[in-house]
Design a protein around this ligand. Structure first.
Ligand SMILES: [Zn+2]
Length: 124
């Protein structure tokens, strides 16, 4: 039970579903859901995540950095990781970087593929 976390939806407790109805008879109340798995690690469902964003989204974007000019995808930041299913001689997947602009491919090891910090991109 210790892994249960409360949904952060500001109105979660106001949605009248049976699973939110807790407590014993004269004192039953609808309560914020607790789950071991939460959407984005914080919400019991999409409605609660959208409620949160509607209430706090603008403030959060302002806090973490608003985009004020267009970002550009160039060949310097167009590398994505991909793989071909069971394409290698030993039946393993063939991992590679693909530049989505130049279409150049460069081989990757599986460890490099799984390393989220490993990139060829040199800009945002
Ligand atoms: Zn919720």
């Amino acid at each position: 039970m210790s892994d249960l976390k409360y949904c952060q939806g500001p109105d979660c407790h106001t949605y009248n579903t049976q699973d939110r109805l807790k407590g014993t008879k004269p004192n039953k109340t609808f309560q914020t859901r607790r789950r071991s798995y939460l959407l984005f690690g914080e919400f019991c469902d999409r409605r609660c995540s959208e409620d949160w964003f509607r209430k706090h989204g603008t403030q959060a974007v302002t806090h973490f950095g608003r985009i004020t000019e267009a970002k550009h995808l160039t060949e310097h930041n167009a590398w994505v990781k991909d793989y071909d299913w069971r394409a290698s001689a030993d039946d393993s997947h063939r991992h590679y970087f693909l530049n989505t602009i130049t279409k150049e491919q460069r081989p990757l090891t599986e460890a490099q593929y799984n390393d989220s910090n490993y990139t060829l991109n040199t800009g945002e």
